[in-house]
Design a protein around this ligand. Structure first.
Ligand SMILES: [Zn+2]
Length: 430
């Protein structure tokens, strides 16, 4: 039996309330019709399950039902997103993709003996490395090798423990392993990435995706904040480093970058498209679908719009509590948040144009959007009141979910179509 393999292009989608899997899959079907195979990966983190009070098995049921209903015959996966040794258990049965998060262990020292062993085994990494298509050679000095091993080796050993636990439960080759290091303070350099990949190979983790950290801010649900040219250089170097590491360390041939986008990083989509034609890429988006549910409800008017307003009012009231767990990945300007009384007077159009991520629209309000992005707990608490309205307004919501994923994400990242950010730059240039 051959091992499960993740295809060249894949899209991580989040479906917090397990109601949009069909609409999300529809976006992959549209991609197929446009000539690119995009494999859907449904991801939901432990934190999201805890906030909503759901179990990973519900994500599995929703994904399976969507695949069946739409006759999707290509692979699809369920990602246990950002798990570690303590949180992996309930994801063992329903998932077949594991994002092993080692960020918390970076910087913790490994045993001196294992550092010494690594330095000896990988002494050939020292010196000059020339990556394909990169003019500047990578220099790995003995000090750099030592310092990088000291910083990352313990984290990789932890990843190995998690990997082996999953392997024991599911069997080798029956799941896709990813190692993620994106939720940390500083971006890894290409030299660090090479050394990390060597350690991952030594640990025997057959990763198919790796999620490094890039410079710039990847706030939830809004565009990238940072130097786009620098991002382009970084991603090109990471891709070259991965290509080199696959050859050198015997890692899986289909190993590719995983970009944990936090949704909607329109400004960097053309850089991602340009640099991942050969190797492929996994683009993880998540919260964008939940916001499309609110947009659909608001667009529907009546009880849908009323509930969308109520969700905002409650999110506004509980904003500190809601923002707490996400403090490092949101930048809300409180002065830009409309009062609930103001929002209560809004029409469908006013609500959706403030929320919809259309960078060229003067009505678009990133603070409003980010608060609602982290506000899904409010809807979770409403329970059937929320879910019943999702069902009653399924068609308008589904249209928004599919269009958003296809037009704003799949088309620019996998087909090279201009992203909404390009439209903004164009408008500013005029
Ligand atoms: Zn992440």
């Amino acid at each position: 039996m051959s091992a499960l393999q993740l295809g060249k292009f894949s899209l991580g989608v989040g479906d917090r309330f397990a109601h949009q899997a069909k609409a999300q899959l529809q976006a992959c079907i549209q991609a197929q019709q446009a000539g690119v195979e995009v494999i859907p990966v449904w991801n939901k983190s432990n934190r999201e399950h805890n906030i909503i009070g759901s179990e990973p098995s519900s994500t599995r049921a929703a994904a399976d039902a969507a695949v069946k209903a739409l006759h999707w015959s290509k692979p699809y996966f369920l990602d246990a997103d950002h798990i570690n040794l303590t949180t992996v258990d309930r994801f063992l049965a329903p998932c077949d993709f594991y994002t092993i998060d080692v960020a918390d262990y970076i910087g913790k020292p490994a045993q001196q003996a294992s550092i010494d062993k690594f330095l000896k085994r990988r002494s050939d990494l020292k010196g000059t490395i020339r990556l394909e298509g990169v003019s500047q050679p990578i220099e790995i000095t003995p000090d750099l090798l030592q310092a990088t091993a000291a910083k990352f080796l313990f984290a990789i050993e932890e990843a190995g423990k998690v990997y082996r636990k999953i392997e024991q439960a599911k069997g080798k080759g029956n799941f896709i392993p990813e190692v993620s290091m994106d939720e940390t303070d500083s971006a890894q350099t290409p030299a660090e990435l090479l050394i990390i990949l060597a350690a991952i190979a030594d640990e025997g983790i057959p990763i198919q995706t790796i999620a490094p950290k890039f410079t710039g801010r990847f706030n939830k649900g809004v565009d990238y904040v940072g130097d786009v040219a620098q991002f382009r250089r970084e991603i090109a170097l990471d891709v070259a480093a991965i290509t080199w590491a696959v050859r050198q360390f015997g890692l899986p041939q289909n190993l590719k970058l995983s970009v944990h986008s936090g949704s909607d990083k329109f400004s960097i989509y053309s850089a991602i498209y340009d640099t991942t034609r050969q190797q492929g890429v996994h683009l993880k988006t998540a919260g964008t679908t939940w916001l499309e549910e609110i947009i659909g409800l608001a667009e529907a008017g009546g009880a849908g719009l009323a509930l969308a307003k109520e969700i905002y009012a409650q999110a506004y009231e509980h904003r500190e509590e809601l923002c707490g767990p996400y403090a490092t990945v949101i930048d809300i300007n409180p002065a830009k948040l409309p009062s609930p009384a103001t929002v209560n007077g809004w029409t469908s159009d006013q609500y959706t144009s403030a929320l919809r991520h259309n960078p060229v629209s003067p009505a678009y309000n990133p603070s409003f959007r980010q608060l609602l992005h982290v506000g899904f707990k409010i809807a979770a608490k409403m329970g059937p009141r929320y879910l019943d309205l999702l069902e009653a307004n399924e068609s308008v919501i589904a249209r928004n979910v599919t269009e958003n994923l296809y037009d704003r994400h799949i088309a620019p990242v996998f087909l090279g179509k201009p992203s909404p950010a390009a439209a903004l730059q164009h408008a500013e240039a005029r």
